[in-house]
Design a protein around this ligand. Structure first.
Ligand code: NAD
Length: 488
C-alpha cells in the first residue's frame, strides 16, 4: 500500500473554492503515533460561517434545486466511485490523523463510506409522498421537500465515515450541507469536499469548515440561516447543541455517547463470544460510540472467560498504525490519553482489579505517541465510575450476572441506550433479551455490524434521530400536505 500522501489543501472549502479563514487563524493537526505536526489548517470562525451559510442558501435555490433526483444520485454514485479510487491516499490520511490502523481505515471504513454514498444515490430516486383519499371532495397529497441548509457536525473517531452518514442522505434529499469536522481530525473531511467538487456538485452545495466547537460549531448551531443541525458527539455537547438550537427552533438530530452492554451467557459459543467481546471493546482503540464497554458474563463461566480475554488483550501488538503487524494504534490525542488513563486510575482506586493492561505503553517509539495498553478490569461493581461513564478508549469493565433477568436489569441500569450485544445459543432467550434491552441496536452473536440499509441511533441519553437506512432521509426532509378542492 502507498504510504505517502498528498496532504489536503488545509483551507476552508467555501462556495466551490478553497479559502483562508477571514481572521487568518490556523491550527495544527497532530499525528498521535509520533506527536509530529501533520498539517496546518485554516480555522473557520463566525465570519466564515456567515459566508458559507449565505452560499449554501444561494445554492439551495440554484441549479441544485432544478436537478432531477436521478442526476443528484449520479453525483452521489460518482462520489462513491472516487472514494474507492482514492482508498489508499484517503486511508493513509485518516490513519495519520486518527491513529487507527491502515487496515481499518483503507479496508473497512472508507469502503463502507463509498457504499453509503452509493446506497443514498439509489435512495434519491425513491423519495416521494403519499396521496390520501379520505374525502370525496378533495384531492390531497404529501410532498417531501429538502429541509434546507444542513450543518453536519462530526467527532474525531470515524471522521470520514461518520461524515458520510450525514452528507450522503442530506444531499440525496436535496439539501445543501456545511460539514464541520472535529478539530483533532480535519483532513479527510477536506478530501471529501474535494471529492464532491470532482464529482460535479455545484458550488455551495457541499462546504467544509474545519474549526473549533466553540467558535465554528456554535456559530453554525445558532445561525438563523441553518435549518438543521445533524450532530454526532458527546452527550454533554449534544445537550448544549440542543440549547443553542432552541433560539431558532431549527431541526436537530443528536447521535451521542454510550456505555453499551455486551452480555455473554454460559450457553454461548464461547470462542465466538471471546472474539466478540474483544472486538466489541478494542476495535478502533475503544473509540467507538457503540463500544461494548460493559461486559456482563454469566457467573459460571466468568473467571475463565476473563482470563482468556485478558490473555488476548495482553497479546495485542501496539505500534505505528501504518505497520502491517500493528493491531492497535495510539488513542487520538494527548487529552484523550490523559482522560483514559484517569479512568484507569479511578478504576484501581475504587477497587477494581486490572486483569490486563492498565498503563500507557511508553516503551513504544521512545515514549512518543499516545499508546495505551488494552485494559481489562475485573471485579467491577455497577457503582464504580468505570462502569457508569463513557471512557471512549481501550478500557473494558467486566461484571458477572446470575440469570437473564439480572443481566437485563444491569444492562439497562444506565442513562445511555445506544447498542448492546447478546451471546447465547438459545434462540428464544436471544429474542427475549434483545427486546428487553433499551438500545437502538442489539447484535445477537455478533458485535459492531453496520450496513447502509440498517438504521442506527440511540435510546435515552444516547440521542434521537436515526442515521443510515431509509430512516435517515426523514431527518433531511420536511413533509408538506397539499389540499385541492375538487368538490365544486
Ligand atoms: P465532542 O462532543 O467533544 O465533539 C463533537 C463535535 O462537536 C466536534 O466536531 C466538536 O468540535 C463539536 N463541538 C464541540 N463543542 C461544540 C459546541 N458547543 N457547539 C457545536 N459543536 C461543538 O465529541 P468528540 O470527543 O469529538 O467525540 C466523542 C463522542 O462522540 C463520544 O461521546 C462518542 O460516544 C460520540 N459518538 C457518538 C456516535 C453515535 O453515532 N452515537 C458516533 C461516534 C461518536
Amino acid at each position: 500500500m502507498d504510504t505517502t500522501t498528498e496532504i489536503a489543501p488545509g483551507r476552508l472549502l467555501i462556495d466551490g473554492a478553497w479559502a483562508d479563514a477571514k481572521s487568518g487563524a490556523t491550527f495544527t493537526t497532530v499525528n498521535p503515533a509520533d506527536e509530529s505536526v501533520i498539517a496546518t489548517v485554516a480555522e473557520a470562525g463566525p465570519e466564515d460561517v456567515d459566508v458559507a451559510v449565505a452560499a449554501a442558501r444561494k445554492a439551495l435555490a440554484g441549479p441544485w434545486a432544478k436537478m432531477t433526483a436521478a442526476d443528484r444520485g449520479k453525483i452521489l454514485w460518482r462520489m462513491g466511485d472516487l472514494i474507492q479510487e482514492r482508498l489508499s491516499s484517503l486511508g493513509l490520511l485518516e490513519t495519520l490523523d486518527t491513529g487507527k490502523t491502515l487496515f481499518d481505515s483503507a479496508k473497512i471504513e472508507l469502503p463502507m463510506a463509498a457504499q453509503i454514498f452509493q446506497f443514498y444515490a439509489g435512495a434519491a430516486t425513491k423519495l416521494g409522498g403519499r396521496t390520501l383519499a379520505s374525502r370525496s371532495d378533495t384531492f390531497a397529497f404529501t410532498l417531501k421537500e429538502p429541509v434546507g441548509v444542513v450543518a453536519a457536525i462530526v467527532p474525531w473517531n470515524f471522521p470520514f465515515l461518520l461524515a458520510s452518514w450525514k452528507v450522503a442522505p442530506a444531499l440525496a434529499a436535496g439539501c445543501t450541507v456545511i460539514l464541520k469536522p472535529a478539530s483533532q481530525t480535519p483532513l479527510s473531511a477536506l478530501e471529501m469536499g474535494r471529492i464532491g467538487l470532482d464529482a460535479g456538485l455545484p458550488p455551495g452545495v457541499f462546504q467544509v469548515l474545519p474549526g473549533s466547537g466553540r467558535g465554528c460549531g456554535t456559530a453554525l448551531v445558532k445561525h438563523a440561516g441553518v435549518d438543521k443541525v445533524a450532530f454526532t458527539g458527546s452527550t454533554e455537547v449534544g445537550k448544549s447543541v440542543l440549547r443553542d438550537a432552541a433560539g431558532t427552533l431549527k431541526r436537530v438530530s443528536v447521535e451521542l455517547g454510550g456505555k453499551s452492554p455486551n452480555i455473554v451467557f454460559a450457553d454461548a459459543d464461547i470462542e465466538a463470544a471471546l472474539r466478540g467481546a474483544f472486538t466489541g471493546i478494542f476495535y478502533n482503540k475503544g473509540e467507538v460510540c457503540a463500544a461494548g464497554s460493559r461486559l456482563f458474563v454469566e457467573r459460571g463461566i466468568h473467571e475463565k472467560f476473563v482470563a482468556d480475554l485478558a490473555a488476548r488483550a495482553d497479546a495485542v501488538v501496539l505500534g505505528d498504525p501504518r505497520d502491517k503487524a500493528t493491531r492497535m494504534g495510539p488513542v487520538v490525542s494527548k487529552a484523550q490519553m490523559d482522560t483514559v488513563l484517569g479512568y484507569v486510575e479511578s478504576g484501581t482506586a475504587e477497587g477494581a482489579h486490572v486483569a490486563a493492561g492498565g498503563r500507557r505503553a511508553s516503551e513504544i517509539n521512545n515514549g512518543k505517541g499516545y499508546f495505551v495498553r488494552p485494559t481489562v478490569f475485573d471485579a467491577v461493581t455497577s457503582e464504580m465510575t468505570i462502569a457508569r461513564e463513557e471512557i471512549f478508549g481501550p478500557v473494558l469493565a467486566v461484571l458477572p450476572f446470575d440469570d437473564a433477568a439480572d443481566a437485563v436489569r444491569q444492562a439497562n441500569a444506565t442513562t445511555y441506550g445506544l447498542a448492546a450485544g447478546v451471546w447465547t445459543r438459545d434462540l428464544a432467550k436471544a429474542h427475549r433479551v434483545a427486546r428487553a434491552i433499551q438500545a437502538g441496536t442489539v447484535w445477537v452473536n455478533a458485535y459492531n455490524l453496520y450496513d447502509p440499509a440498517l438504521p442506527f441511533g440511540g435510546f435515552k441519553q444516547s440521542g434521537f434521530g436515526r442515521e443510515l437506512g431509509i430512516e435517515a432521509l426523514d431527518g433531511y426532509l420536511e413533509t408538506k400536505s397539499v389540499w385541492i378542492d375538487i368538490g365544486r
